[in-house]
Structure formats: C-alpha cells, structure tokens
Design a protein around this ligand. Structure first.
Ligand SMILES: Cc1cc2nc3c(=O)[nH]c(=O)nc-3n(C[C@H](O)[C@H](O)[C@H](O)COP(=O)(O)OP(=O)(O)OC[C@H]3O[C@@H](n4cnc5c(N)ncnc54)[C@H](O)[C@@H]3O)c2cc1C
Length: 418
C-alpha cells in the first residue's frame, strides 16, 4: 500500500495544552501545520484539574473572548481565587492569588475536568491553518538534515508527513522525545500522582480556593482537594517517585487512609461517593535547565519536563511553552532556519528567561518541604501575622519576593519574629 504523503511547514505531535498552545500561536502567525494525536477528543487526562493564571494569560493573549466564555459556563468551570496550604501539623493557611478582586474582575484561575477543558482548547484550533489527524497511531519517525518525516496510520490508511521542523507535545512518555534524543525520562526528576473524582465532599471553599494538604507521610508531595463544578471534587495525591520507591509506599493505600482516617480530612468524606476508579499518571518536573530543542525539533509541556516541582502545575507551563514555540517558529520561518543554534536562541533561551527563575525557586521549595518543622513554623507564624500572610500571598505574583523563600535568612527572621 502506498502511503499518502503530506508536506507541511510544521508537524505537532499531541493535542493537549502544549500542542494546542503551539497550534494557536502558529495560526496567529499564519503558518499551516499538521497535528497528529493518538486519542479522539473529548479525551480524559489524569490531572488535578487546577488551571492557573498562567493558562488564563496565554488564552487572553490569543483571544480575550475565550476567557469570558470560560467564566460564562459555571457548569464546566469553577473560578478559583486562591490556595489553602495545610501544613503537616494540620494548620491551614489561606493565600489569595494576589490582591483582592475588584468588582467585576475575573478570578485569576479556575478548575475544570480535563475532559472538558482540553476539549474546550481543542475546539479553539484554527482549522484554516491546522490539519488534524485524531485517533492516529505513530509508526516511525525519520530525521534527516533539514527534514523530519513521521509515518502514522489512521483508520487503515498509512500517511507520511514531512516538515522541516517537528514539535513534540506528546506528554510525559513522549514517543517523539524518545526517538529523537533517546534519553530516559523515567529516571529523571519525576513524581507520580493519583486522581479520583468524588461527589459530596463537604467544606469545599466558597471562593473556589484549592486545597493542598502537606501530609507528613507524602512530603515533599501533597494530598489535594480541588472543588469542581456541580458539587464534584478532584481528590488526589502526588509524591516523588524516588521517595515512593525508597519508602516502599503504596500510594493508593496512603490516599485512602488519609480519606478515612486523617483528622482534618476524613469527616469531610463521611457521605462522599467515589465516582469512578482511582487513576495514576507521571509528572516530569523541571528541576533544572535542560535542552528543549535541537536541529529541526522543539519539546513542549510534559515532553519538555516543565512541571513546576513545588506546585505540580503543568497545564500553564504546557500552554505557555506552546505559545513560545509557536512564536519562535514564526521568527525562524522567513529564513527557514531550524538549526539547533537558532532554536536554542529563539525558544530555550526565551523560555528559561521567563520561567527559569520560577522553576528554580520551586525546586528549592520542594527540597525545603522535606522539613515538616519548617513548613509548620511558617504556617504557624503566618496564621498570627497578617503582614507575613500578605507577603506569602504576594509571592504568587512577585518573583523577586518569592526568591526570599530560597534564603535561610527568611526563615531565621520568622523564627526570631522580625
Ligand atoms: C496526577 C496529576 C495531577 C496533576 N494536576 C495538575 C493540576 O492540577 N494543574 C496543573 O496545571 N497540572 C497538573 N498536572 C500536570 C498536567 O496534567 C500536565 O503537565 C499537562 O497535562 C501537560 O500538558 P501536555 O500538553 O504537555 O501533555 P498532555 O496533556 O499529556 O497531552 C499530550 C497529548 O499527546 C497525545 N499523545 C501522547 N502520545 C502520543 C503519540 N504517540 N502520538 C500522538 N499523540 C500522542 C496524548 O493523547 C495527549 O492528548 C497533573 C499531573 C498529574 C499526573
């Protein structure tokens, strides 16, 4: 059988937030492209379903109307105005995202099941520029100087797509990454997470605050409860794979034990109902700077290992890296220069200039979380000190301020009440 051959300026593999982000920004630059996706939308993705202000920024920049659409559909999206951190000693600390909202101002973030949110994103792809193949099975990838060709099968037909550049947006077990740079993502900085949907959890925050419970048994990870539309909650737990292996933890048992026995959690699940099975997935984290591109390829989102090591946020970084990839390719297109040197300059360097500090600070915070007493101390003091509480809140929007968290002097001052 002779395969159908397609030539295109850009190939994107994967249509999650990273792939859609790339596609939207390529379309804004008028660049045609082919998207190859193995699933058919709407499709689920195991996740906490918390979508931050960074995602909102990428959407607003592409089209301000899209965010309005989000907030006009309360049955699908729940606005979120902050985070409740629960310290290992059980004490909560409410941290709003930045300043209190003014009348009519939209909440900075929201929650939405990925089944819904990713489909919402998928529908924003501009079909004038994007040719989409859903339900496609990748077979081979061949990289020659200045040309990448991908062979896939869809409904019994074989296709070969050729382009001068490919963008890997195919998630944490990226097939493209493995084939092109042949490294082993699983052995690097990795966390694993479990997610379950519950109906009837009580005490969910009225303002949509998401809850992170830093239970001593899963540090430096956490147990979460995120309110969703229609009285549902996304409940889960994430932990470093190395800790899981070292302590031989059964994560599912740990999660159910917290739900059944933890004094700050269990009473809220007294009448709650698990909707379907508990599912797991990996979180490749951005602990240190890595190469995100090379001759004729770019990596985005989880394929680039960009999940925030402290918060576990990956949707925002996936959309954001997709946006930067689309913009970078638009700058490289006039000269058709997709060399490693040019892509590093146009993509890696810009991405790390914008996200590098944040990832670095979060990597330190994740390491500090190994010390429950430190966490307890900060929350104990912040509970009594509105100025410390405000300062921690401002850290969400002010990176210079967040940098303070990396310094031992910050904790010394709190300890000494200064
Ligand atoms: C338990 C858990 C909880 C999390 N909670 C949060 C949270 O609350 N907030 C947050 O911001 N982040 C969270 N994350 C991280 C977030 O889910 C990811 O960072 C995000 O989905 C990354 O987006 P992506 O587009 O890079 O990859 P994905 O969303 O995984 O999308 C990849 C796409 O590529 C497709 N694909 C895969 N392989 C192929 C192939 N061979 N051929 C073609 N297509 C392919 C997939 O079908 C998929 O559509 C969580 C992760 C986990 C595991």
């Amino acid at each position: 059988m002779t395969p159908t051959t397609i030539d295109t300026p850009v190939i994107i593999v994967g249509a999650g937030p990273a792939g859609v982000g790339t596609s939207i920004y390529l379309s804004m630059a008028g660049i045609p492209h082919v998207i190859i996706e193995k699933e058919t939308f709407p499709r689920d993705k195991v996740c906490g379903d918390a979508i931050s202000g960074k995602s909102a920024h990428v959407l607003r920049k592409a089209n301000p109307q899209w965010l309005q659409e989000v907030y006009q559909q309360p049955e699908h999206f729940t606005p979120s105005r902050g985070i409740i951190f629960v310290a290992p000693n059980g004490k909560p600390l409410r941290i709003p995202y930045g300043d209190p909202l003014r009348e009519g101002e939209l909440a900075p973030g929201f929650t939405s099941p990925r089944l819904v949110f990713d489909d919402f994103l998928f529908r924003k792809i501009n079909r004038q520029y994007a040719t989409i193949f859903e339900g496609a099975t990748l077979k081979t990838i061949d990289k020659k100087p200045n040309e990448v060709s991908v062979c896939f099968e869809k409904e019994g037909t074989e296709y070969v797509v050729k382009a001068p550049v490919i963008v890997a947006c195919d998630g944490d077990k990226s097939w493209v990454r493995k084939k092109i740079i042949n490294d082993d993502a699983a052995e690097k900085a990795y966390s694993v997470g479990l997610r379950a949907y519950y109906q009837g959890v009580t005490g969910l925050d009225e303002k949509g605050y998401i809850e992170l419970h830093f239970l001593p048994e899963v540090l430096p990870g956490y147990f979460w409860i995120f309110p969703l539309p229609n009285g549902r909650a996304n409940v889960g737990v994430g932990i470093l794979s190395s800790v899981l292996r070292k302590k031989k933890i059964n994560l599912r048992e740990q999660m159910l034990r917290a739900i059944e026995q933890n004094p700050t959690i269990s009473h809220r699940f007294a009448n709650a109902r698990l909707e379907n099975k508990i599912q797991g997935w990996g979180l490749p984290m951005g602990m240190k700077r890595e190469s995100l591109s090379g001759d004729n390829y770019l990596l985005c989102g989880d394929a680039a290992r960009l999940i925030d090591p402290f918060s576990g946020e990956g949707i925002g970084n996936a959309l954001y890296s997709g946006m930067l990839a689309g913009e970078a390719l638009a700058r490289c297109a006039p000269q058709q220069d997709f060399s490693a040197a040019r892509l590093k300059q146009e993509y890696d360097d810009i991405l790390y200039r914008r996200l590098g500090d944040e990832l670095r600070i979060s990597a330190t915070l994740q390491r500090l979380c190994r010390f429950p007493w430190l966490f307890n101390m900060v929350v104990n003091k912040a509970e009594k000190s509105p100025s410390l509480s405000n300062m921690i809140s401002s850290m969400f929007t002010d990176l210079d301020l967040r940098e303070q968290l990396r310094k031992p002097s910050f904790y010394a001052k709190i300890l000494l009440n200064r």
